[in-house]
Design a protein around this ligand. Structure first.
Ligand SMILES: [Zn+2]
Length: 397
């Protein structure tokens, strides 16, 4: 529904990029309430998104599969049976647990499928994600292998799909998958404490790792993460910038291409934000390094979570400085080419887009410019520039 508030009237509707806009309320403040989590976990309506090597179990190319607790209970039992404090004290580093994340509740679910929060303020159907990759070095790997074979027998049409390649999931499922994938990857790749090197344990329903004071009843080494303020055991998000650059006369847009991309494919330039750099500076630096063009004014358009593994793409629009718009690729070998494209040519190309791995779309004429599809923030930025401004580009994709 259109938002008619002051900001919308003044600046136009916002853009909700693919991988954002989850339908779930994360209820972050209940992640330490193990009695609520325990009830939510075992409720008959609760659903689990399964990941294997970070790929999600899907029932169709555009729909994730969600399984009930009874399908996964052999593998996870009930990790919320005791309080988080008691679980930390009972920690034993030789016993591994699959990564389980409380994703939140869908408040639009029918009341028959919903559970209430302890204060009865919020009700909804609960969703978790569960990593069932049978990592051979972990103590539950045999159980995970057996669960995988049960799933392929019971759900023969479901499969673990490589989400990065197709971006065909529906918007709601893509957003749910984005947080599950990033958090799972972080848990799996951060098994040791950054403060002391000892094994950590997943707490806060999968959104924090704690360095336990005991291991098998024996006191562990002192650790800075257990004292005072610190941020070493929380997940990271890696900011990157992606930008549509307009020529100083406002008639052309700067696009580049990488060698591995299909023929005629171009996109906006992009790169990681470096420590101690503002978003605007990162935009100017990346554009100058990759294309030789000097950028002046920069505005921020929208952002897109990119869970491969934990990026946040900050979409910007920038303007080239008059007289400093010549393309030079000699500083940075990242791009095979970069070019100023007139808005008309880009508008035509926007009518026929498809995914990077999908082949040319229907109606495409060989030799014409190819651009990323609407699921990519690059498309939204290009759209905003060539269709006449942020206002006109707005749309839920
Ligand atoms: Zn530690």
């Amino acid at each position: 529904m259109a938002d008619e508030g002051f900001l919308t009237k003044k600046f136009g509707e916002g853009v909700e990029n693919y991988y954002s806009g989850s339908p779930l309320n994360r209820l972050a403040f209940l992640r330490t309430n193990y009695s609520y989590l325990s009830t939510a976990l075992q409720h008959p309506s609760t659903r689990f998104l399964l990941l294997k090597n970070l790929d999600p179990l899907a029932s169709t190319p555009s729909t994730l599969a969600f399984l009930p607790y009874t399908d996964v209970s052999n593998l996870i039992a009930n990790p919320y049976e005791v309080s988080e404090k008691a679980a930390l004290e009972a920690f034993t580093s030789t016993i591994d647990h699959p990564v389980l994340i409380f994703l939140g509740i869908d408040e639009s679910a029918p009341s028959s499928d919903s559970i209430s929060t302890p204060d009865n303020k919020y009700t909804g159907q609960a969703y978790f994600s569960l990593d069932i990759t049978p990592y051979p070095h972990l103590s539950y790997s045999l159980k995970a292998t057996s669960l995988l074979s049960t799933i392929s027998q019971n759900y023969p049409s479901h499969e673990f799909k490589t989400a990065r390649k197709d971006l065909n999931l529906n918007n709601d499922h893509a957003a749910m998958y984005a947080s599950a994938r990033s958090l799972t990857n972080w848990n799996v790749t951060a098994p040791y404490c950054a403060g002391c090197g000892q094994k950590t344990m997943s707490v806060h329903a999968g959104t924090k790792r704690a360095c336990p004071p005991l291991d098998g009843g024996v006191e562990t080494r002192k650790c800075p993460s257990r004292e005072g303020v610190h941020n070493i055991n929380f997940p990271r998000t890696d900011p990157s910038v992606i930008m549509a650059i307009i020529s100083s006369d406002g008639t052309k847009i700067l696009l580049g291409r990488q060698k591995r991309w299909p023929k005629y494919w171009h996109s906006t330039l992009a790169g990681f934000l470096e420590p101690g750099e503002s978003i605007e500076e990162a935009v100017r630096r990346e554009v100058w390094e990759e294309s030789g063009v000097t950028v002046g004014r920069v505005i921020i358009h929208s952002s897109q979570p990119w869970p491969f593994p934990a990026s946040l793409m900050i979409g910007a629009i920038g303007e080239a400085v008059p007289g400093k718009e010549e393309i030079y690729l000699g500083n940075d070998p990242e791009l095979e080419g970069a070019k100023w494209f007139g808005f008309e040519e880009v508008k035509e190309a926007l009518a026929f887009t498809s995914g990077l791995y999908d082949g040319p779309p229907e109606g495409y004429k060989e030799g014409g410019l190819r651009l990323p599809p609407k699921t990519a923030i690059a498309n939204q930025l290009i759209r905003a520039v060539v269709l006449g401004g942020v206002h006109l580009a707005s749309s839920k994709i």
